[in-house]
Ligand binder design. Structure first.
Ligand SMILES: Nc1ncnc2c1ncn2[C@@H]1O[C@H](COP(=O)(O)OP(=O)(O)OP(=O)(O)O)[C@@H](O)[C@H]1O
Ligand SMILES: [Mg+2]
Length: 245
């Protein structure tokens, strides 16, 4: 098991626990998808793993080491990269500058160049647009750039928070395709949150349904896609409001 969360309790305020004893695990080279209604705590799970939040109870273990409450930069050093919800590229900087920002902690120039070449190999169009302002890229291209930037530190695991948010179906498809290809080509482990449950589960090995800060259901992705409860709540057009009442 590469990542294991056990009975994690965490939140933003001392008086309110968002995660209420959540347990989940991710195996090496797996793609695991978290689905659930707005406010269920999906982003909070990723923030707790990446060290932005410290659990008050329970543990986060990565590759056999307890990283609960470890600072975000050190979690990154352990090999866990977090691509947050929304846009996180630097719009005024060029595509290349954005990629280099991903490796600003690496002082070995030759190493940075080798990683840049590896990222260019995965995303050949980056090279052609290296000088283009990131803010002028399309939403889908910016998301791929954020993923590329995270890859500059050669993480073993990637936490992706709603990578298809705000993208049209075609661009979402490209992003999902890229995540799937990345795992197949590099063996990277992915824990992804997706509102677009059908597409997210479509490229995943397993999934968890999160509700009220706990895992309610854990199944293979294909079982979740076939589960009538999941279909009714998460595979329709949009988000089902009844669950939030
Ligand atoms: N910075 C914050 N300060 C205080 N409360 C927060 C903060 N961020 C999130 N919350 C609360 O934590 C709960 C879970 O939020 P979280 O962002 O993890 O949900 P989510 O499942 O990712 O939802 P969405 O699908 O809308 O992204 C919500 O009730 C939210 O209001
Ligand atoms: Mg969220």
């Amino acid at each position: 098991m590469l990542l294991q969360l056990q009975n994690v309790v965490a939140g933003y305020l001392k008086t309110v626990d968002v995660l209420q004893g959540l347990s989940l695990q991710v195996e090496e080279a797996e793609i695991v998808c978290l689905i659930g209604p707005n406010g269920a705590g999906k982003s909070t799970v990723l923030r707790t793993i990446s060290g932005l939040l410290t659990p008050s109870k329970g543990s986060v273990v990565f590759d056999g080491q307890d990283i609960s409450g470890v600072r975000p930069d050190l979690v990154l050093q352990h090999g866990v990269a977090h691509v947050p919800q929304g846009h996180s590229s630097f719009p005024e900087m060029s595509l290349l500058e954005n990629l280099l920002m991903g490796a600003y902690t690496v002082s070995d120039k030759a190493l940075v160049n080798r990683r840049l070449e590896a990222v260019y190999e995965l995303f050949p169009w980056f090279r052609d647009r290296a000088k283009q302002r990131a803010g002028n890229l399309s939403g889908g291209q910016q998301k791929l750039l954020e993923i590329g930037r995270a890859l500059m530190l050669e993480p073993r695991m990637m936490l992706l928070d709603e990578p298809s948010l705000g993208l049209d179906p075609k661009k979402s498809h490209t992003v999902f395709d890229t995540i799937s290809r990345l795992r197949d080509e590099t063996g990277i482990t992915v824990l992804m949150v997706e509102q677009n449950a059908r597409s997210g589960l479509g490229i995943s090995d397993r999934g968890y349904v999160l509700e009220l800060g706990r895992e309610r259901l854990e199944r293979s992705a294909s079982e979740l896609l076939d589960d009538p409860r999941v279909a009714q709540l998460y595979l329709g057009g949009g988000i089902d409001d009844t669950l939030q009442a």
